[in-house]
Design a protein around this ligand. Structure first.
Ligand code: 5CA
Length: 440
């Protein structure tokens, strides 16, 4: 992508109403534009990151055996009356009336809708287990939308719903999601710690929040330091195997959000193991048994020919919140530092003198070579001051910067810089390419 043809409205000014680094940087880097409180347009750069995160989540859900679909954003109120949540959900639910005076709502979550899909089509235990998910916009009329996309009113969520014959089978579905979440966050360069959590309005008795530690996080969290060093299960994990041990590797250690915090248990840990910090909730999983299947009469035939209510769980990931969360975890005073897997482009190519024919030719050659190697390149060929170009590249935080100027052309080298470490090297294009492809 040539920067002169792209849409990247960056700004030097620190926005007055943005309280935390990720919000400031997303506005300054031209990633989002606020429309109303907690409602944002995703500008091209932000949109690229959102899609990258979404794709990682999708791949990890698929790997764990979940099946993607898509449900609407606007729902009829009737199903919510069946479950009893139409009244319970309160002011966070945006209620709408259509031209026929029918009550509708903008979905804050989808347990009711998916339970209706399930009960319409699934009749036998043979069709289980089943886990259906979608990645769709939600609306919650939050009392205090803040911190940009972190607590929005409209936000993108991946929500998955598992259906099982009994509590034991449902526990296995829960374990799969637990492990899939660890892998997904790990791929995004995040250490997300599963913590015992309060199920809130979703309900149920088993629930974990996945928390990344950050000083600006909204939740107070407490955990054993050991949890920071346990590697994610990884791509080799066999999701059909017994995942109990994989889950217990983590649940054996103390970890809880403030609602579930047990001061005595925490204080019993050796002082140097105690982590009392703030965190950002990037995912939340729930096992709620028959909470929805009972009022909505979602039952199936068992192998003995009886009817049984299905046991359900739901599993959310805050896809749009993650964009802010990753920036909170990875930035410096100059701007964002994208982990490779979610970067909007892999390489920023900077021409120091676009009007110099030799430089322009060398840049074109590099642009073609990088692109043909399968890399996403943002090529700054604009006639601007080098200082401004560097500042923009630092701000938008692409993992690699390749700079080409008259001196390098003379020597037959490019300058390659790793954003994360600031390390630079001068080397021939082919070697630079190999270094990028090698991952560092
Ligand atoms: N139905 C369940 C699981 S599918 C559910 O709605 N869970 S939730 O309420 O915990 O939301 C799932 C995830 O969405 C959260 O972990 C959080 O990362 C994200 N999220 C929730 N509210 C917001 C919000 N206002 N802005 C941005 N992200 C949010």
């Amino acid at each position: 992508m040539r920067l002169s043809k792209y849409f990247l409205p960056v700004s030097k000014d620190v926005p007055a109403d943005a309280a935390i680094a990720s919000h400031q940087l997303m506005l300054r880097a031209g990633m989002v534009r606020q429309n109303g409180a907690g409602i944002y347009s995703w500008l091209p750069l932000g949109h690229r990151v959102l899609r990258k995160i979404e794709q990682i989540v999708r791949e990890e859900m698929n790997r764990a055996g979940a099946v993607e679909m898509l449900m609407p954003t606007l729902q009829q109120a009737d199903l919510w009356r069946e479950s009893g949540r139409y009244d319970d959900y309160g002011a966070e639910m945006l209620r709408i009336t259509d031209r026929h005076e029918r009550d509708m709502l903008y979905g804050p979550t989808n347990e009711e809708l998916i339970t209706d899909v399930f009960r319409s089509f699934v009749k036998s235990y043979r069709q289980l287990p089943l886990n259906l998910y979608h990645i769709q916009w939600k609306f919650r009329d939050e009392i205090r939308p803040r911190f940009g996309v972190m607590r929005g009113r409209e936000f993108l969520m991946k929500d998955a719903y598992s259906f099982d014959i009994d509590a034991e089978a449902a526990r296995r579905s829960y374990q799969k999601m637990f492990c899939a979440y660890l892998n997904a966050f790990d791929r995004m360069g995040l250490t997300a710690i599963p913590m015992k959590a309060d199920p809130g309005p979703i309900g149920g008795d088993l629930s974990h929040e996945f928390i990344i530690l950050a000083d600006t996080g909204e939740s107070a969290v407490f955990c054993d330091k050991a949890l920071l060093d346990i590697p994610a299960p990884g791509a080799d994990l066999d999701f059909d195997s017994d995942l109990t041990a994989e889950m217990e590797k983590r649940t054996q250690y103390y970890a809880a959000t403030d609602e579930k915090h047990d001061e005595a248990a925490f204080e019993a840990l050796p002082k140097e193991q105690q982590v009392a910090a703030r965190g950002i909730e990037v995912g939340h999983i729930f096992y709620f048994g028959t909470k929805y299947s009972e009022p909505m009469n979602a039952s199936i035939q068992t192998s003995e020919g009886d009817k049984a209510l299905i046991h359900g769980g739901s599993y959310g990931i805050g896809v749009s919140r993650l964009v802010g969360g990753i920036i909170e975890a990875s930035h410096d005073y100059k701007g964002i530092i994208w982990p490779d897997a979610v970067a909007p482009f892999d390489v920023g190519l900077i021409s120091l003198r676009p009007k110099d024919d030799a430089v322009a030719t060398a840049c074109e050659e590099a642009y073609v070579a990088l692109t043909e190697a399968g890399l996403d390149v943002l090529y700054d060929e604009r006639d601007e001051r080098p200082g401004a170009k560097f500042a923009t590249m630092e701000l938008i935080g692409l993992p690699w910067q390749m700079t080409i100027g008259p001196k390098g052309v003379e020597k037959g080298v490019v300058e390659l810089k790793r954003r994360e470490t600031g390390e630079t090297s001068e080397l021939p294009l082919a070697e630079a390419l190999a270094m990028i492809k090698g991952g560092r």
